[in-house]
Ligand binder design. Structure first.
Ligand code: EPU
Length: 417
């Protein structure tokens, strides 16, 4: 039987908890190791299922990988295989991040086309259009994207929408292209800046990371690097909401408060008391949160990856809130499960209207995707009685030892098989 979490709610969390490194920064960093024959040492890599999947994938492509604690060293002396197989891509869409590096370094790549997933259709047309602009020949064969180029050539790329992994794929490809690439409408997420920092340490010439225009002057070769992955802003946000929703007093440490500006501003609007220092946030839960409206958008807007967690808090607010999801078309899977715990939420397309209730009640619920699972754990922490969250493998993809961290803050939470 797959693992589940049993949570007896209603305990205000207290104490201090450290944030792990960002999954969504570690995954592109591991893909970037394909760009050089030299060793790349990544520090502060989180121990997560998705990271293990990406390590397995780069190993198949020729990487020798060692892991010691949080440090992962990867060396791809030679790309020995250019295939990202369907069985890996279908378990983790971020596998598509090897596409850019493979074509740039090796000249060919065969990457399974990811299908839709629980939260939306999620095409990769912008990745492919951008690579074609860089001179790659793109074909579809048996469900695989096949990309070829003897040497990519710098180009001006304007993506039709803001895409995080699309920007990352194109940045990595452009780093080894001949000439200069400009990416307009680039994603500005902190994870993009972290990847640009790693690439720069490897010898790439990347300018403008963190803005909407990235300029990359291609070089013929990249070298090794030692790089530390940034803290996970979504885990940090989730832990802060855990403090708030239980009416506790929690200090979340080892984070970058700037990366959480939109989240902290929204929590402040909800009446959550926050004390922000250089690398930590202390949170005291309010008696009852205030209602608020929120719309997700690309960074620096409110992150879609915190939408479910915030909605869980708003579900207990005094008044009516509105949540608008603009990034993914099916990211309200937590709504029906929260309803089983007593939440009163109605959805209409991209909009959820939430009428705050005074309490959630424990219930058996089922996780549907990573952030929805986190939202259910948060609801359970605040609920009266026992909640069983099943399918926690979703949670294990992206949260490092979440139940251990919550347990250390006083939560009555246990993993069962
Ligand atoms: N899109 C396209 N065409 C493309 C690329 C994207 O239409 O070629 C659309 C998507 O379908 C979506 C929107 O553009 O509607 C934005 O998608 P984006 O490409 O930015 O998402 P992603 O790169 O696939 C990353 C994170 C997600 C996070 C989103 C949005 C990684 C590995 N994943 O996904 O993280 O939700 O950006 O911020 O970085 C998670 O960690 O739980 C997670 C889902």
């Amino acid at each position: 039987m797959p693992a589940r979490l049993e949570i007896d709610g209603g305990v205000p969390l207290r104490g201090s908890v450290r944030v792990s490194a960002a999954k969504n920064a570690a995954l592109p960093a591991l893909a970037a190791t394909l760009l050089t024959a030299d060793r790349v040492q990544l520090a502060n890599v989180p121990d997560l299922d998705d990271v293990r999947t990406m390590v397995r994938l780069i190993e198949r492509l020729g990487a020798t990988v060692q892991r010691e604690g949080g440090t992962v060293s990867a060396q791809v002396a030679r790309v020995t295989n250019n295939v990202a197989p369907y069985e890996l891509v279908s378990t983790m869409r971020a596998s598509v991040l090897v596409l850019g590096p493979l074509v740039a370094r090796h000249g060919t790549a065969r990457v399974a086309l990811p299908g839709g997933c629980a939260i939306g259709v999620r095409p990769i047309d912008q990745h492919l259009k951008g690579l074609a602009r860089l001179g790659a020949e793109i074909a579809m064969e048996d469900g695989y994207v096949v990309a070829r180029a003897s040497r990519l050539k710098g180009a001006r790329i304007a993506t039709d929408l803001v895409t995080v992994t699309g920007t990352e794929n194109l940045m990595m490809a452009a780093a080894l292209a001949e000439g200069t690439t400009v990416i307009e409408n680039a994603a500005r997420e902190p994870e993009i800046v972290d990847l640009a920092d790693l690439l720069a340490t490897m010898g790439a010439r990347v300018h403008g990371a963190g803005t909407t225009r990235l300029t990359i002057e291609g070089v013929s070769e990249l070298g090794g690097a030692v790089h530390r992955i940034i803290p996970d802003r979504i885990e940090a946000g989730t832990l802060i909401v855990a403090g708030a929703i239980t009416g506790g007093d929690v200090t979340v440490t080892d984070l970058v408060p700037d990366h959480l500006s939109a989240v902290l501003a929204k929590l402040d609007e909800c009446g959550v008391a926050l004390a922000v220092s250089a690398d930590s946030v202390r949170v005291w839960g309010p008696e009852r949160p205030r209602a608020a409206n929120v719309t997700t958008s690309p960074y620096p807007g409110f992150p879609t990856d915190m939408q479910a967690q915030l909605m869980t808090l708003l579900g207990l607010a005094d008044g009516q809130s509105r949540v608008t999801e603009t990034i993914f078309e099916n990211r309200f899977m937590h709504v029906a499960e929260l309803a089983r715990m007593g939440a009163s939420i109605e959805t209409d397309g991209a909009i959820a209207m939430i009428r705050g209730v005074s309490r959630y009640q424990g219930a058996p619920v089922m996780a549907s995707d990573l952030r929805a699972s986190a939202a259910l754990v948060l609801a359970a922490l605040a609920a009266r009685g026992r909640t069983t969250v099943s399918r926690v493998y979703h949670l294990d993809r992206g949260y490092e030892r979440l139940e251990t961290k919550l347990h250390a803050l006083g939560a009555h939470i246990e993993r069962r098989r």
